[in-house]
Design a protein around this ligand. Structure first.
Ligand SMILES: Cc1cc2nc3c(=O)[nH]c(=O)nc-3n(C[C@H](O)[C@H](O)[C@H](O)COP(=O)(O)OP(=O)(O)OC[C@H]3O[C@@H](n4cnc5c(N)ncnc54)[C@H](O)[C@@H]3O)c2cc1C
Length: 473
């Protein structure tokens, strides 16, 4: 039984960061309790693919891949244009590999095999990294949560479900506990691991307006508990925030409403075309960068494909199916024409440019297997799909508006240092307060470092926060 009068550490939130913090503090012999606002543990972590970016792991070594935390750090900082704190990112990259090993020790299964996607257990190249770093566990995010929850129970850490922490208890500038369901609970340290704010439109307006720019197409796949309570905790304690305007939006067709596990996938034989009627990217570019490439185009962006591609879409998904495309065309929302020039007119792009784009596609990747302009053959090979896609040649032709509209996670959090201690506006640690995961800002930056940036952040910084809070330093 937990002695609520003798608590060392309170953890707010029972997703990946919170569970990692709770288990890590308990491993150091501390009395820990965890509050979770929902009826079950897991948060977005449980909904995720569980992909975890880390360097220098035994899984990589098992595949003969040489990698180091230093290399990971360099890549991470470069991709984020050095706009993140080097000390924090160096600590994160150094701890990500050991955190993965810790999870393997707790029973997580990541086989040393090549994985072509975020669903097959193994090592995947889902990001833009030169070395494969995306560790996909068996049973994905669910598997991750199960392993941590088993460790939590093993250490006798109580998880109080269905109990939302409404505010922090602050006395003379020190965080000394929380108030949940109107009850004060005290402890030596508090770890805020309450996730992001993807489900809270007013907070998106304020801290991640780019998400709201998706208008009616915006759909949120983050867990229901992503209400941004950490932002209220910041106001209460004078904690600084960082990560303004950043998050992860995945590009989708305007009609998509589910993550691709349910939505299905657009056809392999497709080109993405901008307002000039030209291809501008590798259609299979990493989710780490594709949203940014699309947003950088002037005007609308389209996925163009043909009737053969439509008919070959597998059934059984919610969005990308032959029937759904036909339905959208009938409703006048998805453009269609018997000729490429007619499609160009409907898209309001130059007909000669779209015709040249399709002709070029048919004469390169679709026939020779090489895509000199965009090197899509590399992405297809990494996905385990090296066969050239079909030409775009069978009428009618289709164009679906594409935009970053699937909101996965948000990056504005309580500013933390390399020990996961929360800092105030002067850069001084707020006594007794630690944060991790989406609630802890500074690790997730302007560019998502796939594959598995956010899970690695949650678990790695959660573990650091739990250990620091346990030692109270
Ligand atoms: C569909 C999907 C797929 C994804 N796939 C990947 C992937 O493969 N790799 C990757 O790196 N990232 C992925 N992500 C992102 C990643 O899952 C999240 O960024 C990460 O899990 C966040 O962990 P967290 O612990 O910070 O938050 P969460 O896991 O969301 O946990 C926060 C918990 O706190 C609870 N909570 C909130 N407020 C309170 C309160 N006041 N009191 C008590 N409890 C509270 C919430 O209910 C929740 O359970 C994915 C996300 C989604 C939605």
């Amino acid at each position: 039984m937990t002695d609520f009068d003798a608590l060392d550490v309170i953890v707010v939130g029972g997703g990946g960061a919170g569970l990692a913090a709770a288990v890590s503090a308990a491993e150091l012999g501390r009395q820990v309790v965890l509050f979770e606002s929902e009826r079950e543990l897991g948060g977005s972590t449980q909904l995720s693919a569980g992909m975890f970016t880390a360097a220098g792991t035994s899984v990589q070594r098992g595949l003969g891949i040489e990698d180091t935390a230093e290399r990971h750090y360099q890549h991470y900082m470069d991709l984020n244009q050095w706009r993140l704190g080097p000390g924090l990112i160096r600590a994160f990259c150094a701890a990500a590999g050991p955190t993965l090993e810790w999870l393997l020790g707790l029973g997580l299964d990541v086989p040393a095999t090549v994985s072509p996607d975020a669903h097959t257990p193994g090592l995947c190249r889902a990001g833009v990294e030169d070395v494969w770093r995306g560790h996909v566990p068996r049973d994905q995010g669910y598997g991750l949560v199960q392993v941590l929850d088993r460790a939590r129970r093993g250490h006798g850490v109580e998880a109080v479900l269905n109990t939302r922490v409404e505010r922090l208890l602050v006395e003379e500038g020190r965080v000394v506990g929380v108030v949940a369901d109107g009850v004060e609970v005290r402890a030596g340290a508090v770890v805020v691991a309450s996730g992001g704010f993807a489900q809270q439109p007013d907070l998106l307006d304020r801290y991640y307006p780019e998400a709201r720019a998706a208008g009616d197409s915006l759909f949120v796949v983050a867990a229901p508990g992503s209400r941004g309570d950490h932002l209220a905790f910041a106001e209460q304690t004078g904690a600084a925030l960082t990560g303004h305007g950043w998050g992860l939006m995945l590009p989708t067709a305007y009609f998509q409403r589910y993550h691709h596990w349910q939505a299905g996938f657009p056809p392999k034989s497709r080109v993405y075309v901008n307002g000039a009627g030209r291809r501008f990217m590798d259609e299979d570019a990493s989710y780490a960068v594709s949203g940014g490439i699309i947003l950088a185009q002037d005007g609308p962006v389209w996925a163009v494909f043909d009737e053969k591609a439509r008919l070959e879409l597998p059934t059984g998904y919610a969005d990308w199916t032959p029937e759904r495309i036909a339905e959208e065309v009938r409703a006048g929302r998805l453009l269609s024409s018997g000729t490429v020039a007619g499609l160009a007119a409907a898209m309001d792009v130059p007909a000669h440019a779209l015709t040249a784009t399709v002709t070029r596609w048919n004469g390169t990747l679709a026939t020779t297997g090489e895509d000199p302009g965009f090197r899509r053959e590399d992405s297809l090979a990494a996905k385990g799909s090296p066969q050239p896609p079909d030409p775009i040649a069978v009428a009618p032709f289709y164009a679906a508006r594409l935009l970053p509209a699937e909101l996965v996670c948000t990056h504005t959090g309580l500013e933390i240092d390399q020990r996961a201690a929360v800092l105030d506006a002067a850069g001084t640690a707020v006594p007794g307060l630690y944060a991790a995961g989406e609630a802890g800002g500074g690790v997730l930056g302007m560019r998502y470092v796939g594959g598995g940036n956010a899970i690695a952040n949650a678990l790695t910084m959660g573990r650091i926060a739990g250990r620091t809070a346990a030692r109270r330093n």
